[in-house]
Design a protein around this ligand. Structure first.
Ligand SMILES: [Zn+2]
Length: 90
C-alpha cells in the first residue's frame, strides 16, 4: 500500500440521501439521522448535527444537508405508514 494512503485515518462518509451519495469533505455542516424504537415502542427518527461519535454509531445515516434530510424523513414516514398498513392487514 502506498505510504500516503496510511495517512488517511478518518473514515469517509457518503450521504445517505436518495440519489445523492455525495462524499463528505471537511464540511461540518452535515447531519446524522438514525431511527430507533425508543421508550415508546414506536419508530422514532433522530436528527442531530454532525458528531464523529454519532457518525460511527450503528445504523447512523450521514446526510449532506437539509434537502437530503427532508428526503430521508419522507422515506422514513413512508416506511412507517407502510409497515403499519401491513400490520393492520391493510
Ligand atoms: Zn445528500
Amino acid at each position: 500500500m502506498p505510504e500516503n494512503l496510511l495517512l488517511i485515518s478518518t473514515p469517509f462518509y457518503r450521504c445517505s440521501g436518495p440519489n445523492c451519495g455525495v462524499l463528505k469533505g471537511g464540511s461540518d455542516r452535515w447531519w446524522i439521522i438514525w431511527s430507533s424504537f425508543g421508550d415508546y415502542e414506536l419508530p422514532v427518527m433522530h436528527l442531530a448535527p454532525w458528531d464523529e461519535k454519532l457518525a460511527l454509531q450503528e445504523g447512523a445515516m450521514h446526510v449532506c444537508g437539509e434537502g437530503c434530510a427532508q428526503k430521508l424523513q419522507s422515506q422514513f414516514m413512508g416506511n412507517v405508514l407502510q409497515s403499519r398498513a401491513r400490520r393492520s392487514g391493510g
